[in-house]
Design a protein around this ligand. Structure first.
Ligand code: FES
Length: 177
């Protein structure tokens, strides 16, 4: 694209997060960090105080957007290298800081989401996970974006959910990671 060019955009598509909570914990890793910022803003502007919202960000070695999150939430940092925040992942951070809440929101790489699903189960906290997949149509027609679901669908009897149409947000127990 050249600067000033036009681009067609379709959206918003798919679902969104259920915002019913009082003490949310937002967990974002890598490319899953930016989507959490808009969620933090929406929760804060929806009436939750900054101190009611915890955000745990996981980096490889260099932090980004952390100051933006601080406008809306109490922010905790972790990194693989230990260069920012605690050395470890978002779960290590949640445990070491003893962060508690009544809802987990997460976006990030699949191994991280898998660990968060397990963590949420052990802590008995409901968790909503925003999934990523490569997409072709974006409207549920091509099945390029399916992820594994725990339940069979009514129509084809397969364990698939379309990230573009049924998601991208799923309850943790809905999807296999
Ligand atoms: S991208 Fe086509 S069904 Fe999701």
């Amino acid at each position: 694209m050249k600067a000033g060019g036009n681009i067609d955009v379709m959206g918003p598509l798919g679902n969104g997060f259920d915002l019913t909570c009082e003490n949310p914990i937002l967990m974002g890793g890598g490319i899953g960090i930016p989507p959490m910022l808009f969620l933090a803003k929406a929760l804060a502007e929806g009436g939750l105080g900054k101190k009611n919202i915890s955000v745990i960000l996981g980096y490889r070695d260099e932090a980004f957007l952390a100051d933006e999150f601080k406008k809306y939430a109490t922010v905790y940092l972790s990194s693989d290298s230990g260069a920012v925040g605690i050395k470890g992942n978002v779960i290590d951070c949640a445990n070491s800081e003893d962060i508690t809440g009544d809802m987990i929101y997460a976006c990030g790489p699949t191994p991280m989401l898998r660990a968060i699903k397990q963590y949420a189960y052990e802590k008995d906290i409901p968790a909503q996970i925003s999934m990523e997949e490569r997409m072709a149509c974006g409207i549920g027609a091509c099945l390029a974006c399916v992820c594994r679901s725990t339940e069979r669908d009514d129509h084809f009897g397969v364990r698939n959910k379309r990230v573009c149409k049924d998601g991208p947000v799923f309850w943790a127990e809905e999807v296999q990671l």
